[in-house]
Design a protein around this ligand. Structure first.
Ligand SMILES: Nc1ncnc2c1ncn2[C@@H]1O[C@H](COP(=O)(O)OP(=O)(O)OP(=O)(O)O)[C@@H](O)[C@H]1O
Ligand SMILES: [Mg+2]
Length: 426
């Protein structure tokens, strides 16, 4: 225990910052400034998460980060926990409680007696590549967010130099573990489950892009950040890299290039200009992984197949290739039309030009439609009996699609559809 003891001073500081932020939210709303990092082009596109490790930076970030208006959201914000409470919950961070390890540090399963809940506790590794800025971004972004497709951040601990995040526990773990290098006790996902996960993840992203008072660009959408509840209900996690979206008539935010290789939009990697369309590209990569079962980057494959998007792009041009793209572990059990439509959505999302990628609302409508079309291998649909959604596969009667769709979004999707019509024709 000795090595974990600390003063608790910084914890108070963080709590005060969060309290003040909540109280002054309305006053500050108009004055909010984006964090204007210096744009950097990394020619190797070898994207690393940034390490920032001092309390001054933490205070600055807490002041600058996005917060949803909390006035109607009392009780939903993340709560502070003491280090001792979290140590007790995990049997002093026992190795057999460890669920996995990422750029932030190790994640432990624990039981918090105070709230009688099983939780996942992420402990910042001081030698890790993610830092205090990511910690405060996570507390600020996720602490006040509330959506069925976002992992709930229950609390945090910031005692001395300890930084821990407490999340709701997601019993089925992360999506990557269900798609790649399956353990012998893990069954491959069936088609319906894949579409359900894609649709749910897109709704989580839609909440960040379009439903938060201050929209957020996620920046780290990938399979290991999509966690699964019982029933394969998906939730997005890890908002350490999230950024407030552009304000006013600005179209982008300039940032240091961060994210994960293979998921990062080429325009963002080249210019450092982050837009909502950067997230759409990453979403397209995730959707491709769901359809093909391949990894975004697979070092075991030869040069042509190493990068999933680079492999898929030429294949999109001819529908004869589509049956070769689908995950062999599906063993042919997928709807042909549904496959074409899912590939069409993925192809639009990973387009080189960001303005050709669809807006998240249109992706959500298309995927909600696809997820609603349950495939039954015993009773496969006849192609003619299916009502085909227009353009992106959008079903205009879809409940989830009743949110206002801007004319510009519709135009964008139309043009995306046209530009793909030579390639993916459903
Ligand atoms: N809330 C949770 N419930 C259950 N398991 C979780 C939870 N959060 C994380 N995990 C597990 O811990 C592993 C590590 O998660 P973590 O987010 O730290 O790393 P990562 O997503 O692989 O990488 P990165 O740091 O780039 O996000 C995940 O792959 C997942 O299996
Ligand atoms: Mg993660």
């Amino acid at each position: 225990m000795g090595c974990f003891r600390c003063s608790g001073k910084s914890n108070k500081k963080l709590d005060e910052e969060i309290d003040n932020k909540n109280k002054n939210l309305n006053k500050q709303a108009d004055k909010k400034q984006l964090i204007a990092d210096t744009p950097r082009v990394d020619s190797n596109a070898n994207l690393k998460k940034e390490e920032v490790s001092n309390d001054g930076q933490l205070s600055m970030d807490v002041k600058n980060l996005n917060l949803k208006d909390d006035s109607n959201n009392s009780g939903k914000s993340a709560k502070p926990f003491t280090f001792d409470e979290l140590a007790a919950a995990t049997g002093n961070f026992r190795s057999d409680c460890c669920l996995g390890e990422g750029g932030f540090g190790k994640v432990y399963k624990g039981c918090l007696e105070k709230i009688e809940q099983v939780v996942a506790i992420k402990q910042l590794d001081h030698r890790g590549v993610q830092g205090v800025r990511e910690f405060s971004a996570e507390v600020m972004t996720l602490g006040s967010a509330d959506h069925p497709n976002l992992v709930k951040l229950i609390g945090y601990c910031a005692e001395g130099d300890q930084r821990l995040l407490v999340y709701e526990y997601m019993p089925l773990g992360s999506l990557d573990k269900h798609l790649h290098d399956l353990r012998p006790d893990t069954r491959p996902l069936d088609w319906n489950t894949r579409m359900k996960i894609a649709a749910g993840a897109s709704r989580g992203l839609q909440y960040l892009h379009e439903q938060l008072k201050q929209p957020v660009i996620y920046r780290d959408l990938k399979c290991s950040n999509i966690l699964l509840e019982e029933g394969y209900h998906p939730k997005l996690s890890d908002f350490g890299l999230a950024k407030m979206g552009p304000s006013g008539d600005k179209t982008h935010v300039s940032t240091r290039v961060m994210g994960t290789y293979g998921y990062c939009a080429p325009d963002y990697a080249m210019t450092g200009q982050l837009t909502f369309k950067s997230d759409i590209y990453s979403f397209g990569v995730v959707l491709l992984e769901l359809i093909t079962g391949r990894k975004a980057i697979d070092q075991t494959k030869d040069r042509k197949e190493l990068n999933l998007v680079a492999w898929a792009r030429p294949m999109f041009k001819d529908r004869k290739n589509f049956s070769q793209m689908v995950d062999p572990s599906l063993q042919g059990q997928y709807p042909v039309r549904g496959l074409y439509q899912a590939l069409a959505i993925a192809a639009m999302c990973v387009q080189e030009q960001p303005n050709m990628r669809p807006a998240i609302t249109d992706v959500v409508m298309a995927l909600n439609y696809l997820a609603s079309q349950k495939y039954d291998p015993q009773n496969p649909p006849s192609r003619s009996s299916r009502k085909s959604p227009s353009c992106l596969g959008v079903n205009k009667d879809d409940d989830h699609g009743k949110n206002a769709r801007s004319a510009s979004n519709r135009e964008e999707v139309k043009s995306s559809g046209q530009c793909l019509s030579n390639g993916v024709n459903t």
